[in-house]
Design a protein around this ligand. Structure first.
Ligand SMILES: C[S@@+](CC[C@H](N)C(=O)[O-])C[C@H]1O[C@@H](n2cnc3c(N)ncnc32)[C@H](O)[C@@H]1O
Length: 316
């Protein structure tokens, strides 16, 4: 049994929640309730439906409801506890269906971030990146692929141990989309004081983090379990989602995750003052995600209280 000691990284716990528009949350919730039905849970910029992703997307498209960004990781068709393995062609067709639903529901300047692993393709390949099969199967414009590398992974004796997954960064309109580079610059610069013609060569906020990201996976196991670990078997690390949200969305915008799982996307979104909508088909994962969100809110308010106390003491 995992015993997480902290539910989220400090950068998300300490993100200030001034200027949240509760009005937008209430209005969005009212629209969804009246047109689609009651969510499994809704509070403080976090709305979760216990339903099938494609069915929910059909309903959104029927009412012309707009999403600003979708960040998700679907089942990979590899036999995890939440999926049944199907023929790879059927899998690709299934993905086409929900990706088309996401494209229709996305706002004109919106984005889609798709996380994918790898699987076997019979008589063709062993660790075939799923992105090779899916990258052009929606109407989104592919901006780029980001490689997410991590230290832990499966072991291998007759090939290199796979230690990366892909993120496909898509936009609806390649001429106009959100990219807040200054919010996600990497301060780890080798020669920060180097100048050319009297001016610093590097932005004082840091460098562009590039397209290979090193974030540890959420791990399991005695003495090595990640602090944010839940019982969900395929949880995203919050730090990855934080970077995507800060770069590709703005405060108060709507972030969607159709395969919400333990709601990592939801926790990071609500923690960074975006409005989260998620769908998850498995009710046990929905319960687990709501518990996780409540713990996160408790931890965040403790963090805020402690910080204001420290400010008071510093000010004396
Ligand atoms: C790869 S996991 C996502 C994990 C998530 N990113 C997290 O951080 O916890 C995929 C999730 O999709 C859910 N799922 C599978 N089919 C679904 C469907 N048709 N509609 C909604 N959710 C589905 C599974 O139950 C599983 O929790």
């Amino acid at each position: 049994m995992h015993k997480p000691t902290s539910v989220a990284p400090v950068s998300i716990l300490s993100h200030n929640d001034h200027n949240i528009s509760y009005d937008k949350f209430e209005k969005t919730l009212d629209t969804l309730k009246s047109k689609i039905g009651m969510p499994f849970f809704a509070s403080d910029n976090f709305i979760l439906y216990n339903t099938d992703a494609e069915k929910f997307l059909d309903s959104l498209n029927n009412i012309n409801f707009e999403l600003d960004i979708t960040i998700t990781s679907p089942p990979y068709n590899i036999g995890k506890e939440y999926e049944e393995i199907i023929d790879n062609n059927d899998y690709v067709n299934w993905c086409k269906g929900w990706m088309s639903g996401i494209h229709s529901a996305t706002s004109q300047n919106g984005a889609f971030w798709l996380n994918l692993g790898y699987f076997d393709v019979v008589n063709k390949g062993k660790c075939v990146p799923i992105s090779y099969l899916l990258w052009d199967k929606s109407d989104f414009y592919l901006q780029q692929e980001v490689v997410w590398m991590y230290e832990a992974g499966v072991t291998a004796k007759k090939r290199f141990a796979p230690r990366n997954e892909k993120w496909l960064f898509y936009v609806k309109n390649p001429l106009e989309y959100t990219f807040n580079l200054d919010s996600i610059r990497d301060p780890n610069v080798k020669y920060p004081n180097q100048k050319k013609n009297g001016k610093f060569r590097c932005n004082p906020l840091g460098k562009n983090p590039g397209d290979v990201w090193n974030f540890p996976k959420v791990t399991t196991g005695t003495n090595r379990s990640s602090k944010e670990r839940t019982e969900h078997p395929a949880q995203f690390p919050l730090k990855v989602i934080e970077r995507i949200i800060l770069a590709c969305s703005n405060t108060d915008e709507i972030v969607f995750d159709p395969f919400a799982g333990s709601c990592s996307t939801g926790i990071a979104s609500a923690g960074l003052n975006r409005l989260f909508i998620g769908t998850e088909i498995n009710i046990d994962y929905c319960k687990l995600a709501v518990d996780r969100f409540k713990k996160f809110k408790d931890e965040k308010s403790k963090y805020t209280q402690q910080s204001s106390l420290l400010h008071l003491i510093d000010g004396e």
